[in-house]
Ligand binder design. Structure first.
Ligand code: DON
Length: 305
């Protein structure tokens, strides 16, 4: 079935333009607080990589936690189920940077999308490749077809300067033996990962393997159909932190948010989406981004339910 995505995107952009409250950009990383809170872009990529967009859909922004989808997929592709000995797959019901569950759950984070879990995934990727952020960048460049994709040094430096919480998480898990890369090296890799800049077009296209049931842009297989399902399932249940229930209720798609204001979402077998607007709600999800995806599934009827 073909869908006329462009008129839908234009209608959504018009409606979003009228939104009164768009939240506030993240300010715990000063380099992110400087972004224009009124910015909005949205892209839809079809399975063959054809991409439609509206607003600032070609403008690079800080991908932040959206990168956690790709590191998870790369580690699952490399080591398969061994990863699940080090990280769970249950919603945490806590904020993305929370420490509280880690002690009574013996240093095993609830899921790969909260910061603690993402640090474990980056640790695994670094052990497997010796260059976690480089491997991730290469994958994103290959999948998006955009060779200029890179990590912003100022954002990475700002993250490091204000990274006490992530450092605490990493040291705590290292004390349980659940992280083996030296913590300063792991943090450098994680901050480089978070500071990757990419556009809605890049990220929608690069997420395509999740809509193609594990097949990469060149037709080769990254993940088995079953593992692609697992990544989508963890996105649905954990991708928007302590708002995952609300996101599933409103949008009805696997989705992953980042504090740069981006959200990627997947309609398995049909298309992938990326929306960007830097104003966040109290749980760290883009206000206009969630609203736009909510409208998309309502207007098109495309959802996993
Ligand atoms: O770990 C951090 O603090 C950030 N660099 C990434 C966090 C993030 O995007 C969480 N998302 N909502």
């Amino acid at each position: 079935m073909t869908h006329a995505f462009q008129p839908v995107l234009e209608r959504i952009a018009q409606e979003i333009g009228a939104l009164a409250d768009r939240g506030r950009p993240a300010d715990y990383i000063p380099a992110l607080a400087a972004v224009d809170p009124g910015a909005f872009g949205m892209a839809v990529a079809e399975l063959d990589g054809t991409v439609h967009g509206v607003g600032e859909w070609r403008r690079p922004f800080s991908a932040q936690s959206l990168t956690k989808v790709f590191t998870l997929a790369l580690v699952l592709a490399e080591e398969g189920d061994a990863l699940w000995e080090h990280v769970g797959r249950e919603p945490s019901g806590n904020p993305f940077n929370s420490l509280v569950q880690l002690e009574y759950e013996n240093g095993i984070p609830r899921n790969p999308f909260i910061n603690a879990g993402a640090l474990v995934v980056t640790d695994r990727l670094h052990r497997l490749t010796g260059d976690a952020s480089g491997r991730l960048l290469r994958f994103l460049r290959e999948e998006s077809g955009d060779d200029r994709l890179g990590s912003d040094r100022d954002v990475a430096a700002s993250e490091a300067e204000h990274g006490d919480r992530n450092a605490a998480l990493a040291h705590f898990m290292a004390s349980y033996g659940n992280i083996t890369t030296p913590v300063p090296v792991l943090l450098r890799e994680y901050f480089r990962q978070c500071a990757i800049e990419a556009s809605c077009a890049d990220l929608a296209v690069a997420t395509g393997f999740l809509a193609r049931h594990g097949l990469r842009a060149d037709g080769s297989r990254l993940l088995s159909r079953s593992r692609a399902k697992q990544v989508n399932a963890v996105m649905l249940t954990c991708g928007t932190y302590d708002a995952a229930g609300e996101f599933a209720h409103r949008v009805g798609l696997p989705g992953k948010s980042g504090v740069g204001g981006g959200i990627v979402a997947v309609v398995p077998g049909t298309c992938t989406l990326c929306v960007w607007s830097p104003g966040l709600d109290a749980r760290g999800n883009s206000v206009a981004g969630v609203a736009a995806l909510d409208r998309f599934t309502t207007l098109t009827g495309l959802s996993v339910f």
